[in-house]
Ligand binder design. Structure first.
Ligand SMILES: [Zn+2]
Length: 178
């Protein structure tokens, strides 16, 4: 008989989103930066800070959170959103993003999103690749901590030019097949 697996319970984690002042003080390098090197505050809650999606907050700290959730709670999946931008796309200029982009593309980050700069198109690629890397990491963390569990990233209709989550899905699929 064909068995169908249902996700009976899932845990939702706040993926690289708002951070309190204490987090900012303890880990200033976790916070997103603008082009002038200023830390970026949350657009709705200005007393909070915005963490960088691609730095150590998501790649080092969040796997520990995922691990803790799966150790403490009997859930089948971990879910997170904040992946596709809706018309307000910003480039993060923190030290990690600057370094990584330069290592991969031998260019500086674009000065403006949606610009004609050659680096903008590459930044879209970078963005998608980095999300795919992050999802794979979190999924591996799920499976290592509690076999049979999975990470689920929110899939949405792409809004900005080239910031398509469908492309991320393609990268993930390619990695699975490859
Ligand atoms: Zn960054």
């Amino acid at each position: 008989m064909k068995r169908r697996k249902f996700l009976e319970a899932s845990a939702v984690v706040g993926a690289g989103h708002a951070a309190h002042e204490e987090v900012h003080r303890a880990h200033p390098d976790w916070i997103e930066q603008d082009r002038d090197g200023n830390v970026v505050r949350h657009w709705v809650m200005p007393d909070m800070f915005l963490t960088c999606r691609f730095g150590p907050y998501n790649f080092e700290h969040m796997p520990l959170v995922v691990e803790e959730v799966l150790t403490r709670y009997d859930v089948d999946a971990v879910f997170a959103n904040r992946w596709v931008e809706y018309g307000s796309f910003r480039v993060c200029y923190c030290v990690y993003c600057r370094q990584l982009f330069r290592e991969r593309y031998a260019l500086d980050l674009p000065r403006e999103p949606y610009s004609d700069e050659p680096s903008w198109k590459l930044y879209m690629r970078f963005y998608q690749e980095r999300i795919a890397e992050l999802w794979r990491l979190w999924d591996a963390t799920c499976k290592k901590t509690r076999p049979g569990t999975t990470f689920v990233g929110k899939m949405s209709v792409p809004a900005g030019p080239g910031v398509g989550i469908a492309d991320v899905a393609g990268l993930l699929k390619g990695a699975q097949e490859g």
